[in-house]
Structure formats: structure tokens, C-alpha cells
Design a protein around this ligand. Structure first.
Ligand code: ATP
Ligand code: MG
Length: 248
């Protein structure tokens, strides 16, 4: 079973008199244990695609299956529970709570899921150690660097052990070196832990490090411009020769 499967997905946003067709018939299959980059010009539908895969938005038509659950037909309550239990989100601007310490920020989703406080604490400590922040547990976000904040956000996204991790421009606000270390963490989640990772990015270096690149243009997957890597995770897109010159 594919981890994520989209069939003929469209998303039309109503803007009063006009409408925006953000996705126009997207077919996409992502396998567990793989990291996929989603690239494309601004406004091409990348975030919309990520939100639909993450049950933050629902398609206007088409089918979205994540871990075998049909999200396109699920109600709000099911979607909320599904997000909590199976999905981890990472965004460009971290979204940490400024008054809480790194440790407390990481604990939040587990506290909300009513995991006992001692268990929350030990999981959060373990995750912050894993992302290299053992010495920063008590620091509030304001006393952390951008890369450290993003690593806190990654640790937080993992506390309920999601099978699917969705990241929208996770390195967009980081310098090159810090971005590279965050990227390594995300790739390890796929390759060492078998999770399904989707990374929306403008950075072609980030994209090239992923197993696969999906290019969106005007709400459609541009198969002609999608280089495929044969080395990892047999994803279902049409095979195209890997050519570094084929991208933007
Ligand atoms: N909530 C919304 N209401 C109306 N239109 C929207 C909404 N969200 C996105 N859009 C429109 O849908 C299209 C796709 O937007 P989306 O945010 O998915 O693009 P993107 O590829 O992520 O762009 P960027 O690289 O700038 O983040 C754009 O034309 C955008 O203006
Ligand atoms: Mg976006």
C-alpha cells in the first residue's frame, strides 16, 4: 500500500466573483520510507498539495488516501484525529510558543493527546537529544538560533511518532549550513525510520537530495520536468532519465 495516493485531485478556491484553480487533476503516489521534494513556481499549488495530503484542506474533487484512509470523504472529527495520530507538520516559520521552553514546546502535542506528563517529558527529552539540542532544553525560542528553533519544531512534529511528515519550506528561513543539517534530519526520518516525508522547497539543492522531485506548474504535475532517481523507493511516477538540466 502506498503511504499517500492522490487520484485526479482538484482544489478550486472561491474568490467572490472569480475562482482560483490551485490544483487541476493531480495524480501522485508516495511510498513509505521515501523523501519527496515538491518544487515549482510561486502560486503553482505546492502548499495546497501539502495541505491536502495533511488533511488541513480538502480537495474539491478527486480522492486522497493517506495510510489507507480516504481523507476526501472523512468528516472534520476524523480528520482532526487522523492529523494528530499520523501526521507531523513542519513550517518555514517554526510556530513555537514564545513563553514556553524548548522542552515544553516539544511536549505540547503529546500533552494535548493526554499522554502522561512524565511520558511526554521523557519523549521530548529524547527527541531534543536526537536533534542535537540536549543542552537547550530549558531555553525559550527567543534564545535559540533559527536552526535550533527549526529543530525544536521538528522534534515537536515527531512526538506522537507520525508515519507521515510534511514540511513546507523547512529550510526557507535558514542559512545554507543550518538548512543542510535540518535536511539531513528529515532524510533520516525517511531512510532510517521508514517514514514518508514530503518537503516543499524552492531550493533545488534541497530537492536534489530527496529521492524524488515532483514539479508543479499551474496546479498540475509537470512530468516532463520531473527527474527521477532510481536509487530509492520505487515511486509510481513515469520513469524519466535523471537529468540535472531538466529542472527550472
Ligand atoms: N485559502 C485560499 N484562498 C484563495 N486562494 C488561495 C488560497 N490558498 C491558496 N490560494 C491560491 O491558490 C494558488 C496556489 O497557492 P499555493 O499557496 O498552493 O502556492 P505555492 O506553490 O505554495 O506558492 P508559494 O511558493 O508562493 O508558497 C495561488 O494562486 C494562491 O493564491
Ligand atoms: Mg507555499
Amino acid at each position: 500500500m502506498a503511504a499517500i495516493e492522490l487520484q485526479n485531485v482538484t482544489r478550486v478556491y472561491d474568490r467572490g466573483a472569480s475562482e482560483v484553480r490551485a490544483l487541476r487533476g493531480v495524480e501522485l503516489t508516495l511510498e513509505a520510507g521515501s523523501a519527496t521534494a515538491v518544487v515549482g513556481p510561486s502560486g503553482s499549488g505546492k502548499s495546497t498539495l501539502l495541505h491536502i495530503c495533511g488533511a488541513l484542506d480538502t480537495p474539491t474533487s478527486g480522492t486522497v488516501r493517506v495510510l489507507g484512509t480516504d481523507l476526501s470523504r472523512a468528516g472534520d472529527e476524523v480528520l482532526t484525529r487522523f492529523r494528530r495520530d499520523h501526521l507531523g507538520f513542519i513550517f518555514q516559520f517554526f510556530h513555537l510558543l514564545p513563553t514556553l521552553s524548548a522542552l515544553e514546546n516539544v511536549m505540547i502535542p503529546a500533552r494535548m493527546a493526554r499522554v502522561s506528563s512524565s511520558e511526554c517529558r521523557s519523549r521530548a527529552q529524547g527527541l531534543l537529544e536526537r536533534v542535537g539540542l540536549k543542552a537547550r532544553l530549558g531555553h525559550p525560542p527567543a534564545k535559540l538560533s533559527g536552526g535550533e528553533r527549526q529543530r525544536v519544531a521538528i522534534a515537536r512534529s515527531l512526538i506522537l511518532e507520525p508515519q507521515v511528515v510534511l514540511a513546507d519550506e523547512p529550510t526557507g528561513n535558514l542559512d545554507h549550513e543550518t538548512g543542510a543539517s535540518v535536511l539531513t534530519l528529515l532524510l533520516d526520518l525517511a531512510h532510517q525510520q521508514g517514514r514518508t516525508v514530503m518537503i516543499v522547497t524552492h531550493d533545488m539543492e534541497v530537492a536534489a537530495a530527496c529521492d524524488r522531485i515532483v514539479t508543479l506548474r499551474d496546479g498540475r504535475i509537470d512530468t516532463g520536468a520531473t527527474p527521477e532517481r532510481a536509487s530509492h523507493a520505487g515511486s509510481a511516477a513515469p520513469a524519466a532519465a535523471h537529468s540535472p538540466a531538466a529542472e527550472d
